[in-house]
Ligand binder design. Structure first.
Ligand SMILES: C[S@@+](CC[C@H](N)C(=O)[O-])C[C@H]1O[C@@H](n2cnc3c(N)ncnc32)[C@H](O)[C@@H]1O
Length: 286
């Protein structure tokens, strides 16, 4: 790109009308609320897309990205990916995994249930789902009769593809318990690679899919033991949050659990759930 082209792209400014168009789209399609203050962030992130598509003007870019053609070409998805955060990590908010291991699983086996079913909703690149898989596998080793299914989904196809590939940089597992690292990851023999991959045995335990939380879910009511929906609803508008919390709750068995991110509170959105630990809710019986 020459100097004059660079100036042309980087000097583009989203107008209020264009920003409102994006706000409306994100709210309607994803439930996500973009506060007016986000205009600066949206501007700078979408400049990357102008550069990549060669459309050096926001109006024309939006006409394209939001069109049927833009959807077909995958540009709409790339735009959404720029505007959503996919930050995640293995064992993020570790107290939730301790709660799962120490309270939820022992309670489940005591209840003589058969298949433990858990859903990581808003799974990003898969670290949360694989952390759950490691814990459940450990639990199974100690309790051979225990069986489980893990579902994981995200609205972004790009992150789901990464999750299925399950290849991560060495940095992401630096803090991990070495026993887990040894048992559940393959380390690249090439020192320049700096990559690890989740072992097949664990990859096979997670069923990934693309799922928008504002749409219908492919689960029966009262069928799931646990849903993790952490650090996802935090970006939603209040009205969409309420609908999603109620829809998620419907899918959980009475006595089952809903986990949200540690900075989130959801008791105000449903009378069917009760908080039992920070950001952990149980679905009331009957
Ligand atoms: C910050 S990540 C959270 C990842 C993981 N749950 C964690 O706590 O580490 C939020 C994810 O929610 C996804 N997301 C945003 N809106 C969504 C929607 N309407 N339906 C499903 N996923 C959505 C984003 O694509 C992103 O990957």
């Amino acid at each position: 790109m020459d100097y004059s082209e660079a100036v042309k792209i980087y000097s583009q400014q989203l107008s209020e009308t264009e920003f409102k168009r994006i706000q409306e789209f994100m709210l309607k399609q994803l439930g996500v609320k973009l506060n007016p203050i986000k205009i600066v962030m949206v501007n700078s992130r979408l400049i990357k897309r102008l550069k990549a598509t060669g459309i050096y003007n926001f109006k024309e870019y939006l006409d394209y990205a939001l069109s049927i053609q833009g959807k077909r070409d995958g540009e709409l998805e790339r735009m959404v990916d720029e505007l959503t955060t996919h930050k995640t990590e293995f064992f993020r908010e570790v107290e939730h995994f301790h709660f799962l291991r120490d309270i939820v699983l022992p309670e489940f086996v005591k209840g003589q249930n058969n298949l433990f079913q858990i859903w990581s909703a808003g799974c990003s690149t898969g670290e949360e789902a694989y952390t759950i898989a490691m814990l459940l596998n450990e639990f199974k080793l100690a309790n051979p009769g225990f069986n489980y299914s893990i579902f994981a989904s995200d609205v972004s196809n790009a992150v789901v593809v990464k999750a299925i590939r399950a290849i991560y940089s060495n940095r992401t597992v630096e803090e991990m318990d070495k026993r887990f690292l040894k048992r559940y990851f393959l380390v690249s023999r090439d020192n320049n690679e700096q990559k690890v991959r989740v072992v097949k045995e664990l990859r096979d335990k997670v069923q990934f899919s693309v799922q928008n939380l504002v749409d219908n879910y492919p689960f029966q009511n009262n069928s799931l033991d646990v849903i993790f929906c952490r650090n996802t609803l935090i970006y939603f508008a209040d009205s969409s949050k309420k609908k999603v919390v109620q829809k998620l709750t419907e899918k959980i068995k009475p006595g089952g659990y809903l986990f949200v991110g540690l900075s989130e509170t959801i008791s105000q959105y449903s009378t069917e759930i009760k908080q039992v630990s920070p950001s952990v809710y149980v679905k009331k019986q009957g």
